[in-house]
Design a protein around this ligand. Structure first.
Ligand SMILES: *Cc1c(COP(=O)(O)O)cnc(C)c1O
Length: 389
């Protein structure tokens, strides 16, 4: 096997050769001045990606899940109440993490395929006259269902209820692929990772934390050591880490931020929209349905697609891998066996997306799906031809 096929899972994503080279580094002294020269600008430049001026950017050796844990353990105490809606596997896992940390988690159950229910948050917060709810937790892009939520509307819900709950947002699968505006949306903690829009290997939790959220660390009594904001910020001020940093990923992140800067962040979003739109045209041509209920919820970084009644999406993704050596995302949680997912984020071009659509079509034809071979590819081709970058 040559191993040159792109992957179409929603993280980790395809790594450009230039980034793989940037991550191929010899061990160097992380207390020497040349590490500081790389690292300090990385923390600064990350602020542009989060669209924040005021927040503090923090990097931990971890993954997105560790980012959730850092956000909670630094700002919460056992028994603190948080409000969160469950509408997919990732919001579900964040709930689980909060519960295991002993928080009082108030859950609004939503149909999978819908997004953050701003109006229900507003109703609940209005009733919470004593400000018992410490934070509202929202998954910006629910990677299990391909749903993007309206974070601005959630901020407006909190403000309209005159509530002082903080807003924590998981932007693991949206940062650097879809517009995210930390300051404008009043986000207090934004949590991401290295292996999705940032096109790197997994291994970094990347956060941006507001002054208000940092102030909460003083009263928060959950234990944290490795994930301590204070320890990390103090070490960062001296130009380093409180422990040995993953040098290769920091070099990679430095290079990734340059790639994004060269393309232009808004152009990165436009490219993701175009790529996603081509996929959506293909889905329409097959006569299939997206898990996302309405167009305003469509994600530009991942599409979750129902297979027709009587078909098993796991069989489809397994077959595609076994016969064609191409990976697609499986259905997660309530979507298990009912839907497959196409990850279309990161370092991706029209040509790569077309190859993915062509491959999944071959697999569907092999398994006697009711589609016409080439129909989805053709629809996407038309879209890409008529909407050049
Ligand atoms: C990928 C992902 C995560 C975190 O996953 P890790 O495997 O821990 O990096 C969290 N939330 C969302 C929405 C994700 O897509």
């Amino acid at each position: 096997m040559i191993g040159q096929n792109p992957i179409f899972i929603p993280g980790p994503t395809n790594i450009p050769d230039s980034l793989r080279n940037a991550m191929n580094v010899q061990s160097t002294d992380h207390r020497a001045p040349d590490f500081v020269e790389i690292f300090a600008p990385v923390l600064e430049k990350l602020k542009d990606i989060f669209k924040t001026k005021d927040a503090t950017t923090i990097i931990f050796p971890s993954s997105g899940t560790g980012g959730w844990e850092a956000a909670i353990s630094n700002t919460m105490s056992v028994g603190d109440k948080v409000l969160i809606a469950r509408y997919g596997m990732f919001s579900h896992r964040w709930i689980d993490l909060c519960q295991r940390h002993g928080l009082d988690v108030e859950i609004i159950e939503c149909e999978w395929g819908t997004g953050a229910p701003a109006h229900l948050f507003a109703q609940r917060l209005e009733k919470d006259k004593n400000n018992e709810i410490k934070a509202v937790l929202v998954t910006h892009n629910e990677t299990a269902t391909g749903v993007r939520s309206d974070i601005k509307a959630v901020r407006e819900a909190i403000d309209s209820a005159n509530h002082d709950a903080l807003l924590y947002v998981d932007c693991v699968s949206s940062l650097a692929s879809m517009d995210f505006r930390m300051d404008e949306w009043g986000v207090d903690i934004a949590i991401s990772g290295s292996q999705k829009g940032l096109m790197l290997n997994s291994g970094l939790a990347i956060l941006a934390v507001s002054e208000k959220a940092l102030a909460r660390t003083k009263r928060a009594n959950l234990p944290r050591t490795f994930f301590s904001f204070d320890d990390m910020i103090n070490a960062n001020k001296m130009g380093g880490f409180p422990y040995t940093p993953p040098l290769q990923l920091i070099h990679g992140l430095n290079a990734a931020l340059k790639i994004i800067e060269n393309e232009g962040l808004e152009n990165v979003f436009r490219r993701h929209f175009r790529l996603a739109q081509g996929v959506r045209e293909a889905v329409k041509a097959w006569g299939f349905r997206l898990c996302a209920k309405t167009p305003d919820l469509y994600s530009d970084s991942i599409s979750a697609i129902y297979v027709p009644e009587g078909f098993d999406s796991d069989e489809l993704t397994n077959h595609t891998y076994d016969k064609y050596q191409v990976s697609f995302g499986v259905g997660l949680g309530e979507m298990a066996k009912k839907a497959f997912r196409i990850g279309h984020l990161g370092a991706l071009t029209d040509v790569m997306v077309l190859s993915g659509l062509a491959t999944i079509e071959m697999a569907m034809a092999d398994l006697n799906y009711p589609i016409e071979l080439g129909s989805g590819v053709s629809a996407a081709q038309q879209y890409y031809r008529n909407n050049s970058a």
